[in-house]
Write a protein that binds this ligand. Structure first.
Ligand code: ZN
Length: 138
């Protein structure tokens, strides 16, 4: 089966728990043991206090649409998701923001609003890679 989007290639060991979690339909976030703040993307040191004491929490998968853009054509021929589609910056309940696609809603600026509640949907691309997409919260 042809993939609709370029396959992420996890190469950094510090992000492995994120990819492992997605395979089990869990959205995992790194959290600093020193300042207590979750953050995204995964990295070896806390972006807020530079501590290297990092553990992982399971995010609720709920959040709100922080910002969005409707793409009417694809930027790359490798990206075959049918346009128009929605690029979304989602602010998770836990605080961190991540870039994803908003799905299961009309790609129409009249029906999409910033701060609308959204929830994660897991899309399995291969046995190794599942990605988090978001849809309007039910
Ligand atoms: Zn910290």
């Amino acid at each position: 089966m042809e993939l609709e989007r370029p396959l992420p290639r996890p190469i950094t060991p510090e992000a492995q728990p994120y990819w492992d979690g997605l395979k089990e339909h869990k959205l995992m976030l790194p959290k600093c043991d020193d300042c207590g703040k979750p953050f995204f993307y995964p990295r070896i040191a806390c972006p807020l206090c530079h501590s290297r004491r990092i553990s992982w929490i399971q995010a609720s998968g709920k959040g709100k649409l922080y910002s969005f853009e409707i793409a009417y054509r694809s930027l790359s021929p490798a990206f075959k998701v049918k346009a128009p589609y929605i690029l979304a910056m989602v602010e998770l309940e836990e605080g961190p923001r991540l870039m994803s696609n908003l799905i299961n809603i009309e790609p129409d600026p009249k029906v999409i609003t910033c701060d609308m509640p959204v929830e994660v949907v897991f899309e399995k691309l291969t046995d190794e890679i599942t990605i988090p997409l978001f849809q309007p919260a039910s």
